[in-house]
Design a protein around this ligand. Structure first.
Ligand code: NAD
Length: 360
């Protein structure tokens, strides 16, 4: 297969971790006889330094004309970097919001997986994580409270603010379909999370999810209230496979789920639309405190590239090979500084990439 990948290395540790992901993808190309063509584009601070804006129209065009985008991370130290003295629309993060919008990415996928070898980093009691957990949080990205109209004004001498929470049937249907499709490739269970005991938008959400479920008889569907879900994530995370939810609930629950894995350098993410196109990036930021030192953990980015192979290129076997190689490297005791523990071997960012390539 021949696929084109727009590559945004980004800022801070971005270039270091993306280079390791590319090493791994190149090994997959060699082993499975694929051709991957990379085209570098600038975004975030790197683009501000060259073009004066965090994302150019030319960069957007290149991303739109590729089969997928692989992103490192963008941004700098928000206290000291000159990028944060610019007006908000010219700062690094504005590039990220713009590219998500321009590429019509509406579904964010964040896996939370507990590696046996990293169980010590999990803040939950050992008896709660016996057997590990492996869930996928699917969050709607373009609707809900963050995009409704809002206002702060004075009424009768006091300030009053409102934010409008809006969802259309179509917005709910398209993300629900993606959620069920993803569950088909996993353990075939969807937990749809809402607040249907209070909110109209949640009642519509539940109705539409039930309608979509009719087309997926092989998938087990349950509905859960968001407050209960927040508790269940720390009480019994094993029960979850795909968690399907709206924008703000997903924002909060995906951070909670990632914290229970305990290792920020291990968490991948994908943003998808209704065809096969997607943008793939680690869940963490640009870690300016360790940038340029060859210390960063590249695994989140390498796992994101495995998601790219699975969800954008339909290369399940290749994606699984990468995931298995990472497990082998962890079993062999190789650790970057963020996941280092006694008795293991400390490796650099590039050495971690090399070890994963060797296991492929
Ligand atoms: P961060 O995720 O960059 O770092 C938090 C802590 O985790 C730091 O101590 C860092 O060293 C460590 N860390 C993160 N990733 C690591 C890795 N792969 N290996 C080892 N250690 C790792 O969060 P922050 O410090 O709050 O943000 C730094 C910059 O990143 C800010 O400009 C922020 O806006 C940006 N950011 C970008 C994205 C993105 O590009 N999608 C996401 C989050 C934050």
């Amino acid at each position: 297969m021949n696929k084109s990948i727009a590559v945004i290395k980004g800022d801070g540790i971005g270039p270091e971790i993306v280079n390791e992901a590319i090493k791994v993808i190149d090994k997959i190309a060699e082993k499975y006889n694929h051709t991957f063509q990379y085209q570098d584009i600038l975004m975030g601070g790197a683009s501000i330094d060259v073009h004066g804006v965090p994302l150019t129209d030319e960069a957007i065009d290149i991303a739109k004309n590729s089969d997928a985008v692989l992103l490192g991370s963008i941004g700098g130290d928000t206290n000291t970097s000159p990028w944060y003295k610019l007006e908000p629309s010219l700062r690094p993060e504005a590039g990220l919001l713009k590219i998500r919008k321009e590429l019509s990415l509406f579904a964010n996928l964040r896996p939370a997986y507990l590696y046996d070898e990293l169980k010590d980093a999990c803040p939950l009691k050992p008896e709660l994580i016996e057997g590990g957990f492996d869930m996928m949080i699917m969050r709607e990205l373009t609707g809900g409270l963050y995009f409704g109209d809002r206002e702060t004004k004075e009424i009768n001498g006091q300030m009053v603010a409102h934010d409008n929470l809006v969802y259309s049937e179509e917005e709910i249907r398209r993300i629900a379909k993606r959620g069920f499709d993803i569950a088909k490739k996993r353990r075939k269970k969807v937990t749809s999370v809402d607040k249907a005991n209070v909110l109209d938008t949640s009642r519509l959400w539940r109705k539409i999810v039930n309608e979509v479920a009719v087309d997926y008889p092989e998938i087990e569907l349950e509905h859960m209230l968001v407050d209960n879900c927040a508790m269940q994530l720390v009480r019994n995370p094993q029960q979850f496979d795909v968690i399907l939810t709206e924008n703000m609930f997903g924002d909060i629950l995906s951070d909670e789920a990632s914290m229970v894995t305990g290792s920020i350098g291990m968490l991948s993410s994908a943003s998808l639309r209704d065809d096969t196109f997607g943008m793939y990036e680690p869940s963490h930021g640009s870690a300016p405190d360790i940038a340029g030192q060859n210390k960063a953990n590249p695994i989140a980015t390498i796992l994101s590239s495995a998601m790219m192979l699975r969800y954008s290129f339909d290369m399940d076997e290749e994606a699984t090979a990468i995931e298995k190689a990472i497990e082998k490297v962890l079993q062999a005791g190789y650790r970057t500084i963020d996941i280092m523990s006694e008795g293991n071997e400390l490796v650099s960012c590039s050495e971690m990439g090399d070890e994963i390539v060797k296991c492929l």
